[in-house]
Design a protein around this ligand. Structure first.
Ligand SMILES: C[S@@+](CC[C@H](N)C(=O)[O-])C[C@H]1O[C@@H](n2cnc3c(N)ncnc32)[C@H](O)[C@@H]1O
Length: 203
């Protein structure tokens, strides 16, 4: 199933690159902006798309690892957002074998618009990996998409409470939860809404 999603993104990459690059990071991250450390730090962006956000965080003092399985997005990202502070990885949830290989941990583990592409079993595999990537005192920040999806990039429903329970079972304590509307006009018109969650490792 995940190969279908990744192929769906690759097939539509030309159009999606333009759409994603037109999104304002400041607007998108309004809801969670207060959670990001002011002095920067190490951030991993899982499902980084075109690197729009990676570049935005790099410009704010973060060292960023941008993990993205779609080659078209990675190459657009490398050419559109040249920065010594961004390292690209070809890897994917839920296993993230390459990402986990060197045991590195991060101040921020970011999943923006990605969790909806994992089914229940994949989420069960992914959550402990998110915990393993998070520094003590760090944060996992994720946006959960609700509503219709493009059939060629299938999404699964995300029960918010079940996500919080799965995180807790993997040592990630909820510190923030807020609903938000979609900032993309066509998604808002289609009835897409979001929930932002943030977790920190329980001490
Ligand atoms: C809706 S886009 C969001 C992209 C980016 N985070 C943004 O906000 O612009 C979803 C992204 O997740 C990636 N993706 C899909 N399945 C994935 C998986 N199993 N592991 C990692 N990334 C995945 C897609 O290739 C795409 O870049």
């Amino acid at each position: 199933m995940n190969q279908t999603v990744i192929q769906g993104y690759a097939d539509a990459a030309g159009d999606l690159i333009r759409r994603y690059e037109a999104i304002s990071c400041a607007e998108m991250y309004t809801v969670v902006a207060h959670l990001f450390p002011k002095k920067g730090g190490r951030l991993i962006d899982l499902g980084a798309g075109t690197g729009r956000d990676a570049a935005w965080f790099a410009a704010r003092g973060f060292e960023v690892v941008a993990v993205e399985p779609v080659a078209e997005f990675r190459s657009a990202g490398v050419s559109l957002h040249r920065s010594k502070r961004i390292a690209w990885l070809n890897d994917k949830l839920p296993d993230m074998t390459l990402t986990l290989q060197n045991g590195e941990t991060f101040d921020i583990v970011l999943l923006s618009g990605v969790w909806q592409h994992l089914d229940t079993e994949q989420r069960r595999i992914a959550m402990p990996n998110l915990a393993a990537l998070t520094k003590p005192g760090g944060l996992v920040i994720m946006s959960l998409r609700h509503g219709p999806s493009a059939p060629e990039r299938p999404c699964f429903p995300i029960p918010v409470d079940a996500t919080i329970e799965l995180a807790a079972a993997n040592g990630l304590e909820l510190v923030f939860r807020e609903a938000a509307q979609s900032i993309q006009v066509q998604n808002r018109a289609a009835g897409v809404t979001w929930t932002w969650l943030a977790f920190t490792p329980s001490s």
